[in-house]
Write a protein that binds this ligand. Structure first.
Ligand code: ZN
Ligand code: ZN
Length: 170
């Protein structure tokens, strides 16, 4: 039981690293064509970028399938559970709390406000932080962002020309 929970937790934590690396090197790299839709102002509806969570969920589905198929692979069900829980957390933090895509929450939570303020910096400059639940922002970027007026009740998205969110190095 304990080891099962440890596998779920490990998969959850690992997903933050996977999502950081994917966001940084794929979504802001060769896969920017799909991610670009998330870096422009828009209201409601789906965006091309939503294909990314679908790809992540297909990894969870494959884990569940393989883990159910063979007793040897059973721990993959726990891995799939950790991936799914991360997806739920990401949906809540990024889509609902930060971007208010499904509904707006009235209540403000300190830790979520910290994630939101950090994610705003990603939208401002198209660079760090690429992580979501554990966003690490370089001090210089935080200072640069402090000069840009922040409206806590507005979406943190910033309208910009397509392509300008892509770091020059990518
Ligand atoms: Zn991005
Ligand atoms: Zn965002």
């Amino acid at each position: 039981m304990i080891s099962g929970l440890a596998i779920v937790l490990a998969a959850f934590v690992a997903m933050e690293a996977v999502s950081y690396l994917t966001h940084r090197f794929v979504m802001h790299g060769f896969g920017f064509g799909l991610h670009k839709s998330h870096h422009v102002n828009r209201d409601g509806g789906f965006e091309m970028n939503d294909l990314y969570p679908m790809m992540f969920s297909s990894v969870a589905i494959l884990s569940f399938t393989a883990g159910t198929f063979s007793p040897v692979l059973r721990p993959l069900v726990l891995v799939g559970s950790g991936i799914t829980l991360y997806g739920v957390a990401y949906l809540f933090v990024h889509e609902i709390y930060i971007h208010r895509r499904i509904w707006s929450l009235e209540h403000r939570y300190r830790v979520l406000e910290w994630m939101k303020a950090s994610h705003r910096i990603h939208h401002l400059f198209g660079g760090e932080p690429f992580g979501m639940l554990l966003p690490i922002v370089p001090r210089a970027l935080r200072q640069r962002a402090a000069a840009v007026p922040y409206e806590p009740d507005a979406d943190v998205r910033v309208a910009r020309r397509p392509g300008t969110s892509r770091p020059a190095a990518a």
